[in-house]
Design a protein. Structure first.
Ligand SMILES: Nc1ncnc2c1ncn2[C@@H]1O[C@H](COP(=O)(O)OP(=O)(O)OP(=O)(O)O)[C@@H](O)[C@H]1O
Ligand SMILES: [Mg+2]
Lengths: 260, 248
């Protein structure tokens, strides 16, 4: 028994995770269906836009800027080993736009937005506010989930776009300030190299990651256990699930866009 | 009319309701009493469908409460939760007017606010609390805001889960009068949970006592004192000795 126990534990965890994905998928399809059916809650949507989009800008900008800068340094140093220092603008652009921009923004949103949605909704659940919503003839999925998910679907691609640009700018600052690139050539190389699919894939990833992040926050919040401990568990679980699902979705989307 | 017929509910190993039978005629005020943790709140939530009973039938005006159009069903109800359950992201008046600001009962904002302030006044709160957030109020004030929210859309059926807990005696009197008024003037059906025997006498037409998962005694409030039921007697006189164990 003692020998197989760890394996059994892994199996249990895997099964639990699969069950979670199944339940979350059902939840997600319900959530999405509420987005397109009235009544619509405009005020909640606008608040969610502000929370998810506007207020995430500083953290997204900083993350992208530093990552772009570090990427430029790495590629310059690594490229120098086979005299390919000149590719810095191109690799920074492709690395930021295809991978790092969407993934970093997605993870930042999971940290910032998923956690706060989960904690907020879980607290509402624990203090019977969700029950109160129901008795006031308001569907919690419609009032709480739909506006947040819709806002995330719209605004996270925009954040990714902004993150891409700031990341490239970070590379540009390092490239021209420290590595001796000519500013005009750097911009031209970047612009010439990027293709439409690169940008499209970046924004599409943003949309999917945003949806995952908001959905996981709502799902874990709505299914929170009782008391402060329940809220804590819901918050932790939501961020964990969102981060893993974002990375898994990133792999799937990358192979979808670029493996052919 | 609301009926509960052989309603059962358990949570894990804990059997809370074990065959509750209760009838609340239309336009009457039923007060449910019973020890802490006996399942009074669970019974109320079961009627609203917030908790699904394991077994048994709940009907409202002869129709199965768990079937049919939920929105239409819930539109007839108002509920004051034991903990208030105010939305802490909204101001006091927006809480009270929640129903009047969205959905089928939607009204212009100014009108909704006016109604909210009028309802706040009826629960003894001044208009200057209207723009505060629930977290800025005392416990008793939150309770009264919850009460104002429950009655804001003038529902036909109102559930009050401990409306006077945490209120001073004078304010309790105001709330008791208000509940009585709602039943008499508006013809509403009310179901109130309370531990306050003064409240029971002030607002009840009928009383039901829940103990051990069943209704131990039910009858008109006037019969309460001569019931001859040892459980009820112990409860209304607050005696530590009797058939009800102090440690439950
Ligand atoms: N959602 C739930 N999950 C698990 N147990 C619950 C749940 N709701 C209620 N209970 C349990 O059911 C029992 C009855 O709870 P309920 O809230 O109905 O008591 P009550 O009669 O209203 O008591 P009080 O007068 O103290 O409010 C309690 O033991 C409580 O622990
Ligand atoms: Mg209770």
């Amino acid at each position: 028994m003692s020998l197989t126990a760890p394996i059994a534990a892994i199996g249990r965890q895997t099964l639990a995770f699969m069950a979670l994905i199944g339940r979350a998928a059902i939840f997600a399809s319900q959530g999405l269906s509420h987005i397109v059916r009235p009544p619509f809650y405009g005020r909640e949507f606008l608040v969610a836009l502000l929370q998810i989009g506007w207020l995430s800008l500083p953290v997204v900008g900083l993350t992208a800027f530093f990552t772009g800068g570090a990427l430029a340094l790495q590629i310059y140093d690594g490229g120098a080993r086979f005299s390919a220092e000149a590719v810095v603008p191109q690799i920074v652009a492709i690395g930021m736009v295809r991978e790092l921009g969407p993934v970093l923004v997605g993870l930042m949103i999971a940290a910032r937005v998923t956690s706060s949605i989960a904690a907020e909704i879980a607290t509402m659940k624990v203090t019977e506010q969700i029950d109160a919503l129901v008795t006031l003839s308001t569907h919690p999925m419609k009032y709480l989930t739909a506006p947040r998910v819709l806002a995330a679907l719209i605004v996270v691609p925009l954040l990714v776009g902004i993150g891409d640009i700031i990341g490239i700018f970070g590379g540009f600052v390092v490239g021209t300030g420290q590595l001796g690139f000519n500013a005009a050539t750097y911009i031209k190389n970047t612009a010439d190299f990027l293709q439409f699919t690169d940008i499209l894939s970046s924004l599409a990833k943003g949309c999917v990651f945003g949806g995952i992040a908001a959905m996981m926050g709502c799902y874990f919040g709505m299914n929170s256990g009782r008391g402060a401990q329940g809220v804590g568990q819901a918050t932790k679980g939501s961020v964990q699930a969102a981060a893993v699902l974002i990375l898994a979705a990133n792999f799937l989307l990358t192979s979808l866009f670029f493996s052919s | 009319m609301i009926t509960l017929d052989n309603v059962h509910k358990h949570f894990g190993p804990k059997r809370v309701l074990q065959g509750v039978n209760l009838t609340i005629p239309r336009g009457e005020s039923m007060v449910i009493i019973g020890g802490s943790g006996t399942g009074k709140s669970v019974a109320l939530k079961s009627v609203l469908g917030l908790i699904t009973p394991d077994q048994g039938l709940i009907t409202v005006d002869g129709k199965d409460a768990s079937k049919g159009d939920r929105d239409k069903f819930l539109a007839r109800f108002g509920m004051l939760f034991q903990g208030g359950a105010l939305f802490d992201s909204l101001t006091v008046w927006q809480n009270v007017a929640f129903r009047l600001l969205r959905g089928s009962l939607k009204r212009p904002k100014a009108e909704a606010r006016e109604i909210a302030i009028e309802k706040l006044r009826r629960v003894g709160l001044t208009p200057d609390v209207a723009d505060l957030f629930p977290s800025e109020l005392s416990g008793g004030m939150q309770k009264r805001v919850g009460l104002a929210r429950a009655i804001a859309a003038e529902p036909e059926i109102i559930f009050f889960d401990e409306p006077t807990t945490g209120l001073d005696p004078i304010m309790s009197g105001v709330i008791n009068d208000l509940i009585r008024e709602i039943v008499v003037e508006m013809g509403a059906t009310a179901m109130t949970i309370t531990h306050d025997m003064t409240s029971v006498r002030a607002i009840a037409d009928k009383v039901a006592m829940l103990h051990d998962g069943v209704i131990k005694w039910t009858g008109p409030v006037a019969d309460m004192d001569q019931s001859g039921d040892p459980y009820l007697d112990q409860f209304i006189h607050g005696r530590a000795e009797g058939p009800i164990e102090a440690v439950r």
